[in-house]
Design a protein around this ligand. Structure first.
Ligand code: 5GP
Ligand code: MG
Length: 180
C-alpha cells in the first residue's frame, strides 16, 4: 500500500519492504563476521517496536545464539519518572554475557543509553546496539550505535513494527508522515 491513514494522520511509503530486507542482510553480515568466534551471544529484542525487525534479522544470523524479548518501563511505583529504569520480562542471567540489543529506532538516544547503563550494571561482558533505524541528526549521546541498518532524516515514521498511537505496526513497508 502506497498510503495509509492512522487515526487522524496520513502517511506515505519512504522505505519499501525490499529495501528494508537488503539493509537487514547487510547489517546481519557485519554481525555474523564480528561474532563468529564469540561463545553464544544473547540478542535482546526491545518490544514492542522491534518485533518485526528482530524476526527478519534473526533469519540472517548464522551462528548459535539466544534471543530474549524485553520491555522497558519508566515507572517507579505508580509514578512515571520519564526515564527508563526497569527491564521487564528478562528471564535470562546477563552476568558475563555478550549482549546485542535489537531496537526499532534510535532518535535522541535516551532510551538506548539508559538500557546500555542498566545492562552494564547487570554485569554483561559486552553490549552492542543494533537498530533498524537511526536518526543521526537527532542523536545526542556518546554510546556507539554499532549497527544501524538504515539512516533517516528527522521525520516521524511508522510501519514495520513502529506505531502511531499503537496503529501501523503491521505494515511491511516504512512510512513517513505526509501532511496535507
Ligand atoms: P529516543 O529515546 O532515542 O529519543 O527515542 C526512542 C523511542 O522513541 C523509540 O523506541 C520509539 O518508541 C520512539 N520514536 C522515536 N522516533 C520515532 C519515530 O519516528 N516513529 C515512531 N513510531 N516512534 C519513534
Ligand atoms: Mg524502541
Amino acid at each position: 500500500m502506497e498510503r495509509i491513514k492512522l487515526h487522524d494522520k496520513e502517511f506515505k511509503v519512504i522505505i519499501p519492504h525490499s529495501q528494508i530486507q537488503e539493509s537487514i542482510k547487510s547489517v546481519a553480515k557485519q554481525i555474523n563476521n564480528d561474532y563468529k568466534n564469540c561463545d553464544t551471544p544473547l540478542f535482546l529484542s526491545v518490544l514492542n517496536g522491534a518485533f518485526m525487525f528482530s524476526a527478519d534479522l534473526m533469519k540472517n544470523i548464522d551462528f548459535n545464539c539466544e534471543i530474549s524479548f524485553i520491555k522497558l518501563s519508566s515507572y517507579s511505583g505508580t509514578e512515571s519518572t520519564g526515564v527508563v529504569n526497569e527491564i521487564i520480562g528478562l528471564g535470562t542471567e546477563l552476568n558475563g554475557r555478550d549482549v546485542i540489543v535489537i531496537e526499532d529506532i534510535v532518535d535522541t538516544g535516551g532510551t538506548v543509553e539508559n538500557l546500555h547503563d542498566m545492562l552494564i550494571k547487570k554485569g554483561v561482558k559486552s553490549v552492542k546496539i543494533c537498530t533498524l533505524l537511526l536518526k543521526p541528526d537527532a542523536y545526542k549521546k556518546d554510546i556507539p550505535i554499532d549497527y544501524a541498518a538504515i539512516r533517516i532524516p528527522n521525520d516521524f515514521i511508522v510501519g514495520y513494527g513502529l506505531d502511531y498511537d499503537e496503529l501501523g505496526r503491521n505494515y511491511k513497508d516504512i512510512y513517513v508522515l505526509d501532511p496535507k
